[in-house]
Design a protein around this ligand. Structure first.
Ligand code: PLP
Length: 391
């Protein structure tokens, strides 16, 4: 048989999805497993959103949508949201494409700008899918390593040190998966300075925008003067409205890039689901209280979990500023992160994601989600406290 795709063979499968599947299988086999590996909100999609979807189905929104890149009320609702929440001006007719999930929006962004050999900077620890997506889109992933000892702070010098004449873009994710960091004004200034100095595109993944704690303000790079023409913003409803299964995201940015992204979308997935788009209009026009209430609940869980983990000898957990993941480390352990995750599931029945899945700087860490019920988090702390000395 002839050789299969080299580029696809070279990328690893998504480790976060694999661990979630393993935890579900153990649970189904009767094991007492606390599943802290996933990235799926434990809340149900709010009723007014599901009602809008049922209504859309009844109204016949079960065919191809028109326009394919997003029904007009949704494009308009996204543009209005970006103006109001992010201070970013985009034209609904030309600067947005609705995608089946935020993940596809990321891939479209990369595909629309990259040529073979182009380098893309990403900040590490990194969400598992960025480097494989860069490679699949024909680029070369280049890590900018951030340090837990410096609370994963981003500086202009760290970015500059990795820029070469081939650097095309920089990927940023705030609030961040897996570190829980939210970029500060100073960090945004550093990103903007380097992007302008070196004529880079910025791909800003804002999927966790609404999960942000202690009154912090979410900052969008596209809102900064001089950045709109070089920034591609990714967002969606998976995390904000507990809609992971609906597959609804979007990409917004400068018209010439969006023209290519729309072309690519039309020749691959065609569109997001029609009735899902109608539900998305309801979600975006609905009360902000819905996302605020979920955020308040995540914050409460963080307020419980971070001190509880730090109270366990041998466990260190930085406070988080947003998103719904904790990234604790075990400084006294000689195990690597895969062995740590294995030991956690075997000895404590806690499913986690090994930090190494997020790049070399994630070694020594595991990722726990707090998008799970408080009673499960309490159980996890109890179980971990009992076995931490063995880990
Ligand atoms: C950082 C980050 N970006 C994008 C996504 C993609 O979200 P979606 O489920 O909408 O494709 C995820 C999902 O886990 C994520 O963690």
């Amino acid at each position: 048989m002839k050789e299969l795709s080299r580029v696809v063979s070279s990328i690893p499968p998504s480790e976060t999805l694999a661990v979630s599947d393993k935890a579900k299988a153990l649970k189904a086999a009767g094991y007492d497993v606390v599943a802290l590996a996933g990235g799926d909100p434990d809340f149900d999609t709010p009723d007014y959103i599901t009602a809008a979807a049922f209504q859309a189905i009844e109204n016949g929104a079960t065919h191809y949508p028109a326009p394919m890149k997003g029904i007009t009320p949704l494009l308009e609702a996204i543009a209005a949201k970006m103006q109001a929440d992010n201070g970013v001006t985009v034209k609904p007719g030309s600067d947005i494409v609705v995608t089946p999930g935020g993940k596809w929006a990321l891939f479209l962004a990369l595909s629309a700008i990259l040529n073979p050999g182009d380098e893309v900077l990403y900040l590490e620890p990194v969400w598992v899918s960025y480097p494989p997506m860069i490679a699949l889109a024909g680029g070369t992933p280049v890590a900018v390593t951030l340090s837990a000892d410096d609370n994963f702070r981003i500086t202009a010098d760290q970015l500059r040190a990795k820029v070469t004449p081939r650097t095309k873009a920089l990927m940023v994710n705030s609030p961040n998966n897996p570190t829980g960091r939210v970029i500060t004004q100073e960090e945004l200034d550093a990103i903007v300075a380097v992007a302008l100095e070196h004529d880079l595109y910025v791909i800003s993944d804002e999927i966790y925008e609404t999960v942000i704690f202690d009154g912090r303000k979410h900052l969008s790079p596209a809102a900064v003067a001089g950045m709109a023409e070089r920034t591609l913003t990714i967002n969606g409803l998976s995390k904000s409205h507990a809609m992971t299964g609906w597959r609804l995201g979007w990409l917004a940015g400068p018209t010439p890039i969006m023209k290519l992204a729309t072309q690519m979308n039309s020749q691959t997935v065609s569109s997001a689901a029609n009735f899902t788009m109608h539900a998305a209009v309801a979600a975006l026009k609905g009360p902000k209280e819905v996302t605020r209430a979920m955020c308040a609940e995540y914050q409460q869980r963080r307020d419980f979990m971070v001190p509880a983990l730090n109270a366990i000898p041998g466990v260190e957990c930085l406070d988080i500023e947003g998103a719904f993941y904790l990234f604790p480390r075990f400084p006294n352990s000689r195990r690597n992160s895969a062995e740590l995750a294995e030991a956690l599931i075997e000895k404590a029945g806690i499913a986690s994601v090994p930090g190494g899945a997020f790049g070399k700087s994630g070694e020594g860490h595991v990722r726990f989600t707090i998008a799970t019920a408080m009673k499960d988090l309490e159980k996890a702390v109890e179980k971990l406290a009992k076995v931490a000395h063995e880990i």
